[in-house]
Design a protein around this ligand. Sequence first.
Ligand code: SF4
Length: 204
Amino acid sequence: MWETLEAVESEAVGCTKCRLAAGRTQVVWMDGNPESKLMFIGEAPGFHEDKQGRPFVGAAGKLLDQMLESIGLDRTQCTIVNILKCRPPGNRDPMPDEIESCKPYLVAQIRFINPKVIVTLGNFATRFMLEKQVSISKVRGQRFEVYGATVIPTFHPAAVLHGGGMSGPAMQGLKADFEQVRQILDEPVVQDKETELVEQQSLF
Ligand code: SF4
């Protein structure tokens, strides 16, 4: 198995394990700082992400940046990844076999980065982390402990923009969830994360 995050990336950027390799411009690996304790997990690259090679660079990315700013952070203080590293055609939903093929890369990102807080953006990322067919509208804002990290599900920024925008009800939920993220980050660390990382590896 991989020894470093860089080794995972080297393999991922040339990956052809699923049908999405044929239509991509490039693999969209990650943005941000792998030393940080906050990770966002989205769904898959869209048109702009595929072209630029960075996750969350369109309108949804701008909203994510605004939300980070609202809690005193920017992209250098978190990592941003997706479940799928390649763009599905027409931005369709990820298919189960594509998620399964791409899963080892995301699991490795979580293992090596070992975040304290993981924010899942939307249904697909939330279902991936909770391993349940939950609905984001039912679980958003709740805390879950998964593999040594606190997982906070919230709405995908693109869904917020499509569902009423900045004054819609989803926006209020997104704001509240980001405030909760700030609170958790400010809480003192009470456990030995190194120990947890070892335990996680057997679970994954
Ligand atoms: S989506 Fe994931 S599994 Fe599929 S080709 Fe891209 S990197 Fe490989």
